[in-house]
Design a protein around this ligand. Structure first.
Ligand SMILES: Nc1ncnc2c1ncn2[C@@H]1O[C@H](COP(=O)(O)OP(=O)(O)OP(=O)(O)O)[C@@H](O)[C@H]1O
Ligand SMILES: [Mg+2]
Length: 307
C-alpha cells in the first residue's frame, strides 16, 4: 500500500476511442500542494473523477489516502473535500441553508471552522446561491469542500473565472489549510497560479503526463518573452550570444527576444545601455510545453504513447 496521499499506477481512461488519461503514474505526498497543469482536454477532470470513483478506469489503479479508489470510494469521499469544475449548488437555498443541509448529511462538519472561513473570504451566507455572482458561487463551493476539515482537498480548477482579489483570498485559504497539514491536489490551466501556490506540478497534455517537476525547476525551464526599449542605439550582436536567449529581433532601439530560465544575463547586458522600459510577458502554457518538447526524450515519449 502506498504512503502517498494520492498514488496512481498506469491509470488509464478511454471514452470509447477518445483518450481521457493514459498510463498516469503520479505520487502526491502528504501535506503538499500539488498542481495538475494542462490545457483544455488534457485529462485533468478525468483524473480527478477517477480518484473519487465517479468514473471507472479502463485500466490501472489509483490509491487515495492509502485506500483503493475503486473499492473504498465512499470512505475516501468522507475524508476528501472536493470541488468540481462545474460546481453547482442548490440555487434556491441560501448559503447558510446549503451548508446546514450538507452538515446534516456529513455529520462531521466543524461549524466554528466554517464560520471562521466565511469571515476570512467575506462570504455572505444570507443570500440565495442562485443570486450570487460566479466568484461568490465558487466561494460557496470551496467552503463546502473545506467545512468538514478534510485531510485531502481535490479541487478542479478552483479559481477559474475569479478576479485577482478573490483568487488571492482562495490561495490564502488553501495555503492556510496546507500549513494545517491538509494535502491539496488541484488542477489548473494557469501557469502563474500553480507557480504561486504549488510545490510540485504534474504537466499533462493530450491525456499524457509530460513531466512532474518542482515549481522551481518549472520556472527554470519557462520560456519568457521580453521586450526592452532603449533610449539609445544598441548593437544588434550584444544580445544574440547570451545564455538561454532565442529569436532576438532588434529594431528602432527595441529588443525583442525569448529567454529560457534566468533573466540575469539579459538584464545585466541591458543595463550597460540607457533603458526606457522592460516588459515581460507571462509564459503561456504552450511556451512551457515548448520547454519540454525541445527535449527529444519527451517528444519520443509522447509519440510512442500516442500510438
Ligand atoms: N464523458 C466523456 N465522453 C467522451 N469523451 C470525454 C468525456 N469526458 C472527457 N472526454 C474527453 O477526454 C479528454 C480529456 O477531458 P478532460 O475533461 O479530462 O480534460 P480537462 O483537462 O479537464 O479539460 P478542461 O481544461 O477543458 O476542463 C478530452 O478529449 C475530452 O473530450
Ligand atoms: Mg476539466
Amino acid at each position: 500500500m502506498s504512503r502517498g496521499a494520492i498514488s496512481t499506477e498506469k491509470l488509464t481512461k478511454f471514452y470509447g476511442d477518445v483518450r481521457g488519461i493514459h498510463d498516469l503514474d503520479l505520487e502526491v505526498r502528504p501535506g503538499e500542494i500539488f498542481g495538475l497543469l494542462g490545457p483544455n482536454g488534457a485529462g485533468k477532470t478525468t483524473t480527478i473523477r477517477l480518484l473519487l470513483d465517479y468514473i471507472r478506469p479502463t485500466s490501472g489503479r489509483a490509491t487515495v489516502l492509502g485506500m483503493d479508489a475503486r473499492r473504498a470510494g465512499v470512505e475516501i469521499r468522507r475524508h476528501v473535500g472536493y470541488l468540481a469544475g462545474d460546481f453547482a449548488a442548490y440555487d434556491n437555498l441560501t448559503g447558510a441553508e446549503f451548508f446546514e443541509f450538507l452538515a446534516r448529511l456529513r455529520s462531521n462538519v466543524d461549524r466554528a471552522y466554517l464560520n471562521q472561513l466565511c469571515e476570512q473570504i467575506s462570504f455572505d451566507r444570507s443570500r440565495k446561491i442562485g443570486t450570487l455572482s460566479k466568484g461568490n458561487k465558487q466561494k460557496a463551493g470551496l467552503l463546502q469542500a473545506l467545512m468538514h476539515r478534510p485531510r485531502l482537498l481535490i479541487l478542479d480548477e478552483p479559481t477559474f473565472g475569479l478576479d485577482p482579489l478573490v483568487q488571492d483570498q482562495v490561495h490564502n485559504l488553501l495555503r492556510a489549510a496546507a500549513s494545517d497539514g491538509v494535502t491539496v491536489f488541484l488542477s489548473s490551466h494557469i501557469l502563474s497560479e500553480v507557480e504561486a501556490l504549488c510545490e510540485r506540478v504534474g504537466i499533462v497534455r493530450h491525456g499524457l503526463l509530460v513531466a512532474t517537476e518542482t515549481v522551481q525547476s518549472l520556472k527554470a525551464r519557462a520560456v519568457r518573452r521580453l521586450t526592452i526599449t532603449f533610449s539609445e542605439v544598441v548593437p544588434e550582436t550584444v544580445f544574440a550570444s547570451l545564455p538561454g536567449i532565442q529569436n532576438v529581433e532588434v529594431s528602432d532601439g527595441r529588443v525583442r527576444c525569448q529567454v529560457t530560465g534566468s533573466l540575469d544575463a539579459v538584464v545585466k547586458t541591458a543595463a550597460r545601455y540607457r533603458v526606457q522600459d522592460i516588459v515581460t510577458e507571462e509564459p503561456k502554457l504552450e511556451d512551457v510545453f515548448l520547454g519540454y518538447y525541445s527535449d527529444d526524450d519527451a517528444v519520443a515519449r509522447e509519440v510512442k504513447n500516442a500510438g
